[in-house]
Each structure stands twice: as structure tokens, then as C-alpha cells.
Design a protein. Structure first.
Length: 483
């Protein structure tokens, strides 16, 4: 077999392959055997029809077609290996010549990973938010804990903001009570915004037994989106009572004996959270700077597939779970379809560029992933997906996604290498030392990039089913996707 590689552009090549006919012998024998099992010829037992009879009855062309279809994948793979190509997706194959007994020639156009020159990233400098926790921050944290331990007691007065009212509701559209428009004994905290628009104004000032009517757009049910006339009756008004902020509260709400110890712990937790946020912010901004330095061409087909996958996952998985369609989602987001398309394309491009350059860094730095790192990452992904570690691990193995997870961890380690070499300063002008947080933050940032990088990784393997499954497991990170 002879093969040659022609570079069409930085991300696509054309393979030209010539195969001597004798190398088709095994595939021809397999083609005759397969046809033998599928046809019957009078006077011959099934499976024992001579080749010449098959040629006469069904045509030599049918045999050649079967043989070529069987042999092409192997010859294509051999040509790819011979050319040392890192291909992406499936090739477009064109048989240019087929001479019986002489020669098979074909071309195959396929996307390839672009050659990326890793820039000198040692000079990257970024600024991040300073880790600052004020007394007001601690007060808010303690108040939030206090609020969780609030009790309610019925009162004989008009309802006010913050009170918990028990109400009966009845919704009508065009004068007709909706099948799912009646609810009794609903508890609602005035001012929480958890029910219909207009409910707060309607019940505020009512005592037990009081009634009111208001108009509101329904947020769900059979008449979602329609204007309804809603009748509400207050059956009970209860005041929320907060516990005193003292040592007794600290002992009830925590493992601490004093309020002072509880406040000190709240401060420490806030500092830890903000240090984590600072580390994540540093990685995101370092990655942004790295992408600015590197020239990363993107294969057109890979980009188109990535955009379609993102839209599919949004419409059929994320929005479906929320009971929304794309039009309603865009309305809520205040975006036009053109803005959505442009944003999706930008995010897809960034995700692919991120993966390409971090994968190149993995190779350059010779980074490996050990079993402990993979297990820790799997545990984090399982937690974020809402599955148990065992269930998630089983889904990963059955979906062929283990290489995908290995790639995620490796890319996280590559990004950590760049972050370690960068100069990170906070908004107070102080140098930030991320050494204590690198491993955890790097892995978490890697997980946040899941939807951007794992889908592209699955596309590289030419496995669209795996790509869709990978995107589903990453859905819970979509709020932080496209780092």
C-alpha cells in the first residue's frame, strides 16, 4: 500500500491511498463467504456456491463492493498511522479507481488536530479579588443560620411582610376554574417571591378569614403563561420568631459553646470560601491570558458539531428538566435568537481552543494521571451529577467515558502548571500564593470546564453517543461552563 498526505489547511488533510489488488484477497474471500450465506442457487448447498457462480449470478461488482467496504477502514487506519496523523472525527472517503485484479485507489479528507506552538506563559500576570471578610459579612452568615432556626406562632393580627400565612387559592381563566387551579392549606412567607406575582400585595393586611382577588400570569400548570383571576383566602397568620443571639443559640445551632466561637468559625468558613473563589478566579483569568497568547485554528466541522451538541443538550436535557423550551428560555434571559447563536458559537470556540492548548501542554509537560487522581475526580463528578460514586462509575465505564475523565484530570493539571508560573496579584496589590489550593482548585476548574472540553474530546474519538452522555454528566456544571 502507498499513501501520501496533502495539507489542505491547518486543520484538514487529504490522504491519497493506492492498494495493490492482492492486498484485497482476505476481504474478497470474506465477501464471497458473506454472500454465500445470504443467497441460494439451485443445485448448490447453502454456503457452498463457487465464486464463479456468484460472479455469474450476482455480478462481480457486488463482490468487489462488499470487499472494498470491508477493507477500507483498515487501509484508511494504516494510512493515518503511516502519516502519523492525529485525526478528528470521521473521514470523507472517495474511491477514485477500482481496477479488478489490479488496483484500488481512494482519497480520504479528514480533520486533524492543528499543530500548536505553546507560547511562553511565564510572563502571565493577572489580578484577582482580595480575600476580605468584614464584620458585616459575619453578621449576615450568623443571621442566615439564625433564620434557619426560626419558629412560627399564630397571631391574631393583620399579616405583614415576613409572616407565614396559610392560604387557600383558586385560579380562573376566562371565568372557568382550572382543573389544577385549586390549592388549600398552602404555607407562604410574605415577601419570599415563591408564589404568584401579586400574592404579596393581596395578602398583606389581611387577618385570618380575610379574602382578596388579584390577577397574575400563571408560572406553570395547564394554563401556563395565561392571565388568571386568583382568589386567595387567609386561614392563619403566623409570626416568625428568631432565637436570641447568645451562647444558648450557639449550642443549639452548632458544636460550639459560645456565640463568639460560632462567629469565629463563620469567619473562617467565609475566608476559606473566598480563598477558593480567588483560586478559581485566578485560573479562569490565567486561562484567558493563555488563550490570547496562543494561535489555535479550529476545524469547521468540529465547531459545527460542537455548536449543535451544545444546543441539543440545552434544549433536550437542561431546559426539558425545567419545563422550558428554547423560546421561553430566551425570553427569560432577555436574548434574541441571533444573540444566543453568537454566544453559543463563541463558547464552543473557546471550549475547543481550551482543550487543544491544554492537551498540547499535557504532552509537552509529560503529565500523567494516576488512579488516585482519577478516583478523586470521579467522586467530585458523581457528587455534582447527583449520582452515587458507584452509579456514576458504572455509567462512565458503560458509556466508554473513562478516557474522557482522564483527559479532564490531565487538562486540570496542565492548567495548574501555567497558574503556578503566573504572577497573581489581588486588588490590594498583594501577591497571592495559590500553592496550598492548586490541586483542589485545579481539579474543580477542570470540572467546571467539563461541558466545554469533554464534548470536544468525545468528538475527537468520533463517538457522538459518548459525547451526548458526557455532556449530560457535565450538565450540573453548566452554570460555570466554558471557562
Amino acid at each position: 500500500m502507498k499513501s501520501a498526505v496533502e495539507t489542505l489547511n491547518p486543520t484538514r488533510v487529504r490522504l491519497t491511498v493506492e492498494v495493490p489488488f492482492e492486498e484485497l484477497k482476505d476481504s474478497l474471500d470474506a465477501a464471497y463467504k458473506k454472500i454465500n450465506q445470504q443467497v441460494t442457487v439451485k443445485g448448490f448447498r447453502k454456503g457452498k456456491i463457487p465464486a464463479r457462480i456468484i460472479d455469474q449470478r450476482f455480478g462481480r461488482g457486488a463482490v468487489l463492493e462488499e470487499a472494498v467496504n470491508d477493507a477500507l477502514p483498515k487501509f484508511y487506519t494504516d494510512a493515518v498511522n503511516e502519516g502519523e496523523l492525529n485525526v478528528l472525527g470521521q473521514p470523507d472517503v472517495d474511491i477514485t479507481e477500482l481496477k479488478d485484479g489490479e488496483l484500488l485507489a481512494f482519497t480520504a479528507e479528514v480533520d486533524v488536530r492543528p499543530v500548536i506552538e505553546i507560547p511562553d506563559y511565564s510572563g502571565i500576570e493577572v489580578t484577582v479579588d482580595a480575600v476580605e471578610v468584614t464584620e458585616e459579612d459575619v453578621d449576615k452568615a450568623v443571621e442566615a443560620l439564625r433564620d434557619r432556626f426560626a419558629s412560627t406562632n399564630p397571631v391574631e393580627r393583620a399579616a405583614a411582610e415576613g409572616d407565614v400565612v396559610t392560604i387557600d387559592l383558586e385560579a380562573k381563566v376566562d371565568g372557568e376554574i382550572l382543573p389544577d387551579g385549586v390549592a388549600d392549606g398552602v404555607q407562604y412567607t410574605i415577601g419570599s417571591g415563591e408564589l404568584l406575582d401579586g400574592i404579596d400585595e393581596a395578602v398583606t393586611g389581611l387577618e385570618a378569614g380575610g379574602e382578596a382577588t388579584f390577577t397574575s400570569e400563571l408560572k406553570g400548570g395547564t394554563a401556563e403563561g395565561k392571565e388568571a383571576q386568583v382568589s386567595v383566602k387567609v386561614t392563619q397568620v403566623a409570626a416568625r420568631e428568631l432565637p436570641e443571639l447568645d451562647d444558648d443559640f450557639a449550642q443549639m445551632a452548632s458544636e460550639f459553646d459560645t456565640l463568639e466561637e460560632l462567629r469565629a468559625d463563620s469567619r473562617k468558613r467565609l475566608e476559606n470560601n473566598r480563598q477558593y473563589d480567588q483560586a478559581t478566579q485566578a485560573q479562569e483569568r490565567v486561562l484567558e491570558e493563555l488563550l490570547k497568547l496562543a494561535e489555535v485554528p479550529i476545524p469547521e466541522k468540529l465547531l459545527a458539531d460542537e455548536i449543535n451538541t451544545r444546543k441539543h443538550n440545552l434544549e433536550h436535557h437542561q431546559l426539558g428538566q425545567m419545563g422550558l423550551d428554547l423560546a421561553k428560555y430566551l425570553e427569560i434571559q432577555g436574548k434574541t435568537e441571533e444573540e444566543f447563536e453568537a454566544e453559543t458559537k463563541e463558547q464552543a470556540e473557546k471550549g475547543i481552543r481550551t482543550q487543544f492548548i491544554l492537551d498540547e501542554l499535557v504532552n509537552k509537560e509529560k503529565l500523567n494521571v494516576n488512579q488516585e487522581e482519577l478516583t478523586e475526580h470521579l467522586m467530585r463528578r458523581a457528587q455534582s451529577s447527583g449520582m452515587s460514586p458507584d452509579e456514576f462509575a458504572k455509567a462512565v465505564v458503560e458509556g466508554g467515558q473513562v478516557p474522557m475523565l482522564v483527559g479532564e484530570v490531565a487538562r486540570g493539571k496542565a492548567l495548574a502548571v501555567v497558574v503556578e508560573s503566573a504572577k497573581v496579584t489581588d486588588t490590594n496589590g498583594e501577591l497571592v500564593d495559590l500553592n496550598d489550593d492548586d490541586d483542589e482548585a485545579a481539579d474543580e476548574t477542570d470540572a467546571a470546564e467539563g461541558a466545554a472540553t469533554t464534548e470536544a474530546a468525545a468528538e475527537e474519538q468520533g463517538d457522538t453517543e459518548t459525547k451526548a452522555e458526557a455532556a449530560e454528566t457535565a450538565e450540573s456544571k453548566d452554570g460555570k461552563t466554558e471557562a
